[in-house]
Design a protein around this ligand. Structure first.
Ligand SMILES: Cc1cc2nc3c(=O)[nH]c(=O)nc-3n(C[C@H](O)[C@H](O)[C@H](O)COP(=O)(O)OP(=O)(O)OC[C@H]3O[C@@H](n4cnc5c(N)ncnc54)[C@H](O)[C@@H]3O)c2cc1C
Length: 383
């Protein structure tokens, strides 16, 4: 029973479940095994108007609220966490900052096709020596006439394999440190843009995590997003929304673990009865269910906070921290419930286990979420 969703949101959830069961779930194991970026899933999600969920319809999106967005990401991730993050990145990390900071022309040229799923976006902040400490980035942006020339290496870029547009963060003046960082809309066809090495990963193996190499990449000055020097502010505010999406992804993975744990334990017979009749198994299922419900509530709360138009970094970090650690704890128990069958790829549990881990790492590690949360409670007290 879900008392928190409107009738419209319940209908969206039901529609998503039908869509995901038919179009996404059947391919999840295969794309994971093949480590193949699922362009067909992007197309399917675009056909369902899921690539710009919170973008107003006049800009090519679906005009839904943040809570509806979390419902979509949870349902996609419950079937395929790779597809969940691909869609989440396009929505939260590319469409959202273009909507918030883009000029009229940028919205027309980039936001519209990105939200409609005619283009795919990626977010290129991390560098080999600038991960949690994003302000230490070294990619340079040198103004040359009516262009900027961008030079540097971005790593771990989700969707990097297939993206048409990258939101790239670079410094126009390294001596200004974080105040020198700006955001640029970079087309993959611009001279000097090259896709580098693709990472081989533990989980979400098909999300196209790619290095992006910028070699005096020529970017028109009109593609500066926001003002010069506003880049870090854009990145950090964007990541608040991204964290709500990753929290929803983690809830989806935890729910998938519970679904599979219930199904398997009722079927598997040892000592003459289904293992679901052993209290040890029941307690694991009860813990997974309880924590997943709590993570979902925190994620819904963060989505509501996002809609309030006030700062919601605290709510986003609390939800992301708790949901990601819930997914990991749930998956650890899930593998245990399946015993040896939880450890082999004939069953989806080992994929859930591998996929859960990254939710504790990307868009700010658990340690970084704790820093944000501690800073908030020490300054403003508990909410
Ligand atoms: C699959 C995947 C997809 C990704 N997608 C993207 C993407 O699309 N775009 C993008 O820009 N980036 C992306 N990233 C990068 C991701 O955001 C970074 O990996 C993450 O921010 C951590 O940075 P790091 O890996 O350099 O670790 P580091 O920052 O080197 O951290 C190493 C360890 O030190 C800890 N640590 C660091 N600083 C502190 C501190 N101040 N206090 C306490 N502990 C600390 C960390 O929590 C961690 O445990 C992705 C990463 C992965 C794995």
């Amino acid at each position: 029973m879900n008392l928190l969703l409107s009738e419209e949101q319940k209908l969206l959830q039901q529609t998503l479940r039908t869509f995901v069961d038919k179009e996404i779930r059947p391919h999840a194991a295969e794309i994971d095994r093949e480590r193949r970026f699922p362009v067909e899933n992007v197309r399917r999600c675009a056909d369902m108007s899921l690539m710009g969920i919170m973008v107003p319809q006049e800009h090519g999106g679906s005009g839904m609220d943040a809570l509806s967005y979390t419902i979509v990401i949870e349902e996609l991730s419950r079937a395929c966490a790779t597809t969940g993050v691909i869609v989440s990145v396009n929505n939260s990390l590319v469409c959202a900052p273009l909507l918030a900071y883009g000029s009229k022309e940028q919205k027309e040229k980039y936001l519209k096709p990105l939200a409609a799923g005619e283009m795919l976006g990626c977010f290129a902040l991390t560098e080999p020596n600038a991960g949690s400490d994003a302000a230490a980035l070294r990619t340079r942006a040198e103004k040359k006439g009516r262009d900027y020339l961008l030079s540097g290496n971005k790593v771990f870029v989700t969707n990097g394999t297939a993206a048409d547009v990258a939101l790239v963060f670079a410094s126009t003046d390294l001596s200004k440190k974080h105040k020198g960082i700006s955001a640029f809309i970079v087309e993959s066809g611009f001279p000097g843009f090259r896709r580098g090495r693709e990472e081989r990963k533990l989980g979400i193996t098909a999300s196209g995590s790619r290095e992006i190499v910028l070699d005096r990449c020529q970017v028109p000055a009109a593609n500066l997003l926001g003002a010069e020097g506003e880049g870090l502010k854009i990145a950090l505010s964007t990541l608040d929304g991204g964290r709500v999406g990753i929290a929803a992804q983690a809830v989806g993975i935890a729910q998938a673990v519970l679904d599979e744990g219930i199904r398997y334990s009722q079927q598997r017979v040892q000592f003459g009865k289904p293992i679901s009749e052993f209290q040890a198994i029941q307690w694991m299922l009860a813990d997974i269910a309880t924590e997943t419900e709590a993570a979902r509530l925190l994620t819904y709360r963060a989505a509501r906070a996002e809609e309030s138009q006030q700062r919601y970094s605290y709510e986003a970090s609390v939800a992301k921290l708790f949901a990601s650690e819930t997914a990991m704890r749930a998956a650890t128990k899930g593998v245990q419930i399946l015993g040896g069958y939880g450890y082999v790829s004939d069953y989806p549990m080992e994929r859930y286990f591998r996929d859960a881990k990254v939710t504790e790492i990307y868009e700010g590690t658990s340690e970084i979420q704790r820093l944000v949360i501690a800073e908030h409670v020490l300054k403003d007290g508990a909410s």
